[in-house]
Write a protein that binds this ligand. Sequence first.
Ligand code: SAM
Ligand code: DTB
Ligand code: SF4
Length: 365
Amino acid sequence: MQETALMQRDASIIADTTAPTGVRSDWTREEIAALFDLPFTELVFRAAEVHRAHHRAGEIQLCTLLSIKTGGCPEDCGYCSQSVKADSGVEATKLMEVQAVLQSAAQARDAGSKRFCMGAAWRNPKERDMPAVIAMIKGVREMGLETCMTLGMLTPGQATQLAEAGLDYYNHNIDTSPERYGDVITTRTFADRLQTLDNVRNAGINVCSGGIVGMGETRADRVGFVHALASMEQHPESVPVNALVPVKGTVLGNMLADTPLAKIDDIEFVRTVAVARITMPLSMVRLSAGRESMSEATQSLCFMAGANSIFTGDKLLTAANAGDDADAAMMARLGLKPMEGEEPLREIKGRAMKAVGGCSGGCAA
Ligand code: SAM
Ligand code: DTB
Ligand code: SF4
């Protein structure tokens, strides 16, 4: 009896998510929890339906990361190898020279990457850093790559400077639920994070925001995490879902080494991807950190559940990544193709979105 009632309630949720005007910002936590509660195969099937309705499901966007300034970060994020509070052995470097960054970007482009994401271990950029950062954006764009940066907190003025330089995306993760945030990071608040995201959005830069699964959080935290993103007035264009890479010497790396059972199971990770896909139909859902230790079977389930973007190359910022050869082999085995050109988003609810397959807007499904 109980199961029937649940399924009836879920059916109405899904009717909403798959409707042509189905981009919603009014998700309730209860609805999101009900999605997480669905039988696994049902949830993945529904996420795959939503994926196919809005994206070319056989294509994966390839992005490349470069750490342009590593380590020595004053923030205390419990997962991060680059915090000064962590005893991870990561050495602090200065901001890279512009030419060296452009050389790296050229390699990424030649390896087939479409987006170049530059990350700095800063609480926020200093004014003296802005000219170099701006030169990096301009140079990478001139190579025909999409640009993304993640530099910590931004003032409205800094966001405008980056927008004027032509920055396409800014990554700034909410990381976890509002309730759990303070257990993981104490040097800034969830509200600080949202403020920077607002500054980025208001400057006209596309938003990349997601978080980390597997930090010992509860299912309710994962619900709260997806809810915080899916209830934004405009969903982030990119949603990275990271699996915690437990780094020795960080608070969370040490905790997981002591309590290995705290490690998230693969099925729950795939559920999180699927719920992100259903609640944010137009967003690119990026399978981010943690792929190096994730089986191809689990990654395949994530692609089935609507993940459509990955980081390529053998390094993330400081942690190892799967590597180009392994990814090329996996994609060939799965019959997945690199995504070419613009993200395949449709015009929905009158919002100006990039169009599918050459249609420059206004074309029907
Ligand atoms: N300092 C900037 C900031 O915090 O926004 C940018 C770089 S920071 C490394 C970017 C994101 O990487 C973090 O918000 C977090 O979600 C993710 N990340 C960092 N360390 C990680 C780890 N060990 N495992 C999984 N994700 C991680
Ligand atoms: C994101 O969500 N994941 C990327 C990107 N945004 C900047 C970073 C992953 C970092 C993984 C840990 C490391 O390499 O140190
Ligand atoms: Fe610094 Fe970003 Fe790492 Fe936090 S996640 S310690 S802000 S580099």
